[in-house]
Design a binder for this molecule. Structure first.
Ligand SMILES: *Cc1c(COP(=O)(O)O)cnc(C)c1O
Length: 350
């Protein structure tokens, strides 16, 4: 990618910094599959303590965390209750169905956050009362922050209410915490407080944290023993993964505090976009690092606007009928201002 392109395509586009690469090059390593990689083990302990859980397990990707969590929590024929646009439903190639044989009961929301009443209604729809035709609810999934909901943060009391509702039915809660640390940075609520409401929870190191590889899932030792078996089964057992884990440890040391700066850049972008006629924002004030907007008022659909922006050296994605711009550590204030001037130029030419 040429350096003069401002890429707001995704916070996965970050490249490891020189300091991160140096930490990776210097990592102590061993065989991860055998639990003998010292750097992976250090990272697992660090994440378990950050999230206030008994233990944690290294994974090559967040998608595999979700795949394994669904498998380890459910039986074939169970129903997984999740928000309709959750990553586990929409963006994992049908993995939950293929690997776990589960049905999904979607809850449709504006911003990705559902209420205890909506959860209770979902349980009622799938008929969790003992009856020959009812399928049992096996798992409730929440996404913190909710990506397609606009990077929205689950407030602690909303999570509490949903966790209590799930517990009343004896159903575990899994938290897709790909951007959990963004939620903490935005709300001031410690990650462990959010994580306490979930039986399993994982962090992605390849989003705003800026590492090239790695996700870590935390939970009880008993849950993780089952998870470890499925991780191996799905091909997620690795060898000298400490090289990658060292990048994740570096991210925890150096890239957590700066997440607030990504959020400030997202607000700067939204403030600027709000002043351009013909541009509509998904939410007036982004909560974290994701901004949804469209250019329907300029007569441009999302594909046309994304193409026009690409022609001006700005990359965004088109998802769910919106343009999505994501800030991250490779984006500067000057970059955001360049994006805004590109949008202004396009608006003037329409
Ligand atoms: C990126 C993402 C995932 C998947 O993580 P990968 O590490 O890319 O496999 C899962 N859930 C959410 C909400 C994500 O944004």
């Amino acid at each position: 990618m040429p350096d003069d392109v401002v890429s707001l395509f995704s916070d996965t586009g970050t490249r490891p910094t020189a300091a991160m690469r140096a930490a990776m090059a210097a990592a102590d390593v061993g065989d991860e599959q055998e639990g003998q990689d010292p750097t992976v083990n250090r990272l697992q302990e660090r994440v378990a303590s950050l999230l206030g859980k008994e233990a944690a397990l290294w994974f090559p990707s967040g998608t595999m965390c979700n795949l394994v969590a669904v498998k380890a929590h459910t039986q074939p024929g169970d129903v997984v209750v999740a928000e309709a646009r959750a990553h586990v439903v929409r963006a994992e190639s049908g993995g939950a169905a293929l690997a776990s044989g589960v049905l999904v009961e979607p809850i449709r929301t504006e911003r990705g956050i559902f209420t205890a009443e909506e959860l209770a209604a979902a349980f009622a729809r799938i008929n969790t009362v003992p009856a020959p035709w009812g399928a049992p609810a096996g798992l409730v999934c929440v996404e913190q922050t909710h990506n397609l909901g606009g990077g929205s943060v689950w407030p602690l009391d909303a999570l509490d209410a949903v966790a209590a509702g799930a517990a009343r039915h004896g159903v575990p809660v899994h938290m897709d915490g790909a951007r959990l640390l963004n939620a903490s940075a935005a709300s001031g609520v410690p990650a462990a407080a959010f994580a306490a409401r979930a039986d399993s929870v994982w962090l992605d190191f390849t989003k705003g944290l800026g590492a090239p590889i790695g996700a870590v899932m935390a939970g009880s030792r008993e849950f993780l023993a089952r998870a470890r078996r499925y991780k191996q089964l799905f091909g997620g057992g690795m060898r000298q993964a400490g090289i990658a884990a060292a990048g994740c440890l570096h991210a925890l040391d150096h890239h957590v505090e700066r997440l607030a700066a990504d959020h400030e850049l997202a607000r700067r972008l939204a403030r600027g976009l709000a002043q351009i006629d013909g541009i509509r924002l998904g939410t007036p004030v982004p909560e974290t690092n994701i901004v949804f907007f469209d250019a329907g008022g300029l007569g441009l659909d999302t594909a046309a606007m994304a193409a026009r922006l690409a022609g001006s050296g700005v990359r965004v994605s088109a998802v769910g009928g919106w343009l999505r711009a994501v800030t991250h550590l490779d984006v500067s204030e000057a970059g955001i201002d360049r994006v805004l001037s590109a949008v202004r130029d396009i608006a003037r030419s329409c």
